[in-house]
Design a protein around this ligand. Structure first.
Ligand code: 2ND
Ligand code: ZN
Length: 329
């Protein structure tokens, strides 16, 4: 039943959602060395292990996919395939995020990287009833200058495929101030702002992402449950939470699905949305993620409709796209 319902996804990393077989195909085509050409072995490497104990451990799964994401053709193909997979479970709209500077190892420019990914989107949009936009990620492990570079290089694609800026990667306490200049610049140029925060560190990071970086959406935000000021700022300003329960169980941000605040936040009137984070690394899709949440919290038809409409309102898409999306429910 859930598979057939219309869906929207606002938080999905391209490099965490590469088909394992595609990793093998591209490695062969482009003569890239990878540890094995056997599908089960590749799956073992890119999917999160059962005993993953932290976000840092989880993030090690991204090294291999990124090795085969260094050419125009591979970026186009991987993007197309992600949207093909998404459309097969009736996603109508997706915001795909990636960190451009992870794809420059063989000399591609940031422009070429973004163009190739947009080509993949266009191809999928022509073939399937799905639309997509891009969120550019700045890695917190890189420098402020790197983040500014991404903002500058992505500027010419604004509202031509690119809609927003994000900070991602391992989370330390107090990261917001370090990247203020880059995010301020992005906002000035017209990027929308979403920030990973309160995932592997405290809710204070969410407070700072909203106050210092003016984030409109927060990736995860689990930590606000322990920091009243952060909770209140999110609630009172209608800040959208892009929640990803399975990823949070895997990185030990929460101890179990039952412990996940998704439904509690929803019932308290927070703007929550449900997302996969990483389809391959976390070994899920949005249908299975709704099933996971439903089996613990029993999502009613009305809940589903409300969640869908919050997702529509929270997209960084234009008004025509939002109107198109509202008509599916
Ligand atoms: O859940 C996450 N939190 C922080 N960073 C993440 C998460 N999932 C993926 N990333 C990182 C690893 C990727 O290489 C990068 C760009 O997509 O973003
Ligand atoms: Zn994420």
């Amino acid at each position: 039943m859930l598979k057939k319902l219309p869906k929207i996804e606002l938080h999905c990393h391209l490099d965490g959602s590469v088909r394992p077989q595609t990793i093998i195909d591209i490695a062969k085509e482009e003569n890239i060395e990878i540890p094995s050409h056997e599908l089960p072995e590749i799956e073992n490497i890119v999917k999160v292990p059962f005993n993953c104990d932290s976000l840092v451990e989880y993030l090690k799964r991204f090294d291999l996919p990124n090795r085969v994401m260094q050419s125009k053709e591979s970026l186009r193909r991987i993007t197309f395939e992600l949207l093909e997979d998404a459309s097969s479970e009736n996603l109508k709209y997706m915001e795909i995020r990636f960190a451009p500077l992870l794809h420059t190892l063989n000399g591609l420019s940031v422009s070429e990287i973004i163009e190739s990914i947009i080509d993949g989107i266009k191809e999928a949009e022509e073939k399937y009833p799905i639309k997509a936009n891009l969120i550019l990620g700045c890695m917190r492990t890189m420098t402020l200058d790197d983040a500014i570079y991404v903002v500058e290089e992505g500027k010419k694609f604004l509202n031509k495929g690119v809609v927003a800026i994000d900070l991602c990667g391992a989370e330390n306490e107090g990261f917001a101030i370090e990247f203020k200049e880059a995010i301020d610049l992005a906002r000035e140029y017209g990027y929308r702002v979403t920030i990973h925060a309160g995932e592997a560190a405290s809710g204070v990071n969410v407070l700072e992402a909203v106050e210092i970086l003016k984030a409109e959406r927060i990736g995860h935000g689990i930590g606000i449950r322990d920091v009243k000021e952060a909770y209140d700022i999110v609630k009172n300003n209608n800040i959208v939470l892009e929640m990803c329960p399975t990823s949070n169980v895997q990185t030990k941000a929460v101890s179990s699905y039952e412990d996940h605040p998704f439904y509690k936040f929803y019932k308290d009137g927070l703007k929550v949305t449900l997302n996969t984070d990483n389809r391959t690394v976390s070994n899920i899709n949005l249908t299975s993620e709704f099933n996971n949440v439903d089996s613990v919290f029993e999502i009613s038809e009305e809940d589903y409709k409300n969640l869908y409409l919050v997702s529509v309102d929270s997209t960084f898409a234009d008004d025509n796209t939002k109107q198109w999306l509202r008509e599916f429910i």
